[in-house]
Ligand binder design. Structure first.
Ligand SMILES: Nc1ncnc2c1ncn2[C@@H]1O[C@H](COP(=O)(O)OP(=O)(O)OP(=O)(O)O)[C@@H](O)[C@H]1O
Ligand SMILES: [Mg+2]
Length: 261
């Protein structure tokens, strides 16, 4: 797939991160490390704090304790994001409805004067072809299906040529086929651009398919961190409960497989 230029990947370090909203402790001393160039998938049930954690990485939230570093620099410092190019695919897309799909995609390179207009057009067209959304450039986001909006949001992120790509629930609201295509796309983008990817999801299939490392967040605590294989093999009750029935060996379909009668 032709996506975009190769970039210098950047690591993320979350150290004892704490965040409260009023009396609610949303993140409780979360520590994790995303290696430069890898795909890290952070899973967890609804309300466990995944989006709040991502918002700290992009610099939209200030920590109540601990720190978040991208490329060794404070993620809450706006100048960090001037040096490190970070793009986020928001859970709800966050596309501008006052602009056409084309103008949504061209917005960042235009505002930052990255390229002259004819090169921006070339890049927008290339990314639209890569994501199979060509032909929608004149529509506004409200006129697109949920799946297309997701792909436009991904296109808008990769056109920024980011060193760090953050995805919030990239496969939610997609049918299983489109969800699988999107997972492949995330892996392809990571491989071809070299960008570091941090993906937040409750989609277990996605995590196990593309995650180099996987973390599991439960009620604001990171209860597991390791490779996808280690996750699958983990005996930790919290992990088993979250993954059940996908990997629980006590499930009948696994017993049948082991002891065919
Ligand atoms: N700005 C805010 N003010 C108050 N509470 C908030 C705010 N943002 C998030 N929360 C609370 O923090 C908790 C974690 O929210 P978060 O959006 O991170 O969950 P999530 O893991 O992303 O869930 P989902 O999978 O449903 O997207 C929730 O209880 C939510 O209500
Ligand atoms: Mg969320």
């Amino acid at each position: 797939m032709e996506t975009t230029v190769t970039v210098a990947p950047i690591g993320v370090k979350v150290d004892d991160l704490r965040k409260n909203f009023g009396a609610q402790e949303v993140l409780r001393e979360v520590s994790l490390a995303v290696e430069p160039g890898e795909i890290y998938v952070l899973m967890g049930p609804s309300g466990s704090g995944k989006s709040v954690l991502l918002r700290h990485v992009i610099g939209l939230e200030k920590a109540d304790g601990g720190k978040v570093l991208i490329g060794g620099e404070d993620a809450f410092d706006p100048t960090t994001h001037q040096r490190v190019r970070t793009a986020m695919v928001f859970q709800a897309g966050a596309l501008l409805n006052s602009l056409s799909v084309y103008d949504n995609l061209a917005l960042y390179p235009r505002e930052h004067r990255l390229y002259p207009e004819d090169q921006i057009r070339e890049k927008v067209e290339r990314v639209m072809r890569a994501l199979s959304i060509e032909g929608s450039e004149k529509k506004i986001p409200a006129e697109l299906s949920g799946g297309m909006k997701k792909r436009v949001a991904v296109a808008r992120a990769i056109i920024m040529e980011p060193q760090l790509l953050l995805y919030d629930e990239p496969t939610s609201e997609l049918d299983p086929i489109l969800a699988a295509t999107t997972s492949e796309l995330i892996a392809t983008i990571a491989r071809e651009t070299g960008a570091t990817s941090l993906v937040v999801t409750h989609d277990r299939e996605l995590a196990l398919a593309i995650g180099d490392h996987v973390g599991l967040l439960m009620e604001g605590r990171l209860v597991f961190q390791g490779t996808a294989r280690e996750l699958r093999e983990s005996a930790d009750p919290a992990v088993r409960e979250f993954l059940n029935p996908a990997i629980n060996p006590d499930q009948p379909r696994f017993r049948q497989k082991e002891n065919p009668s």
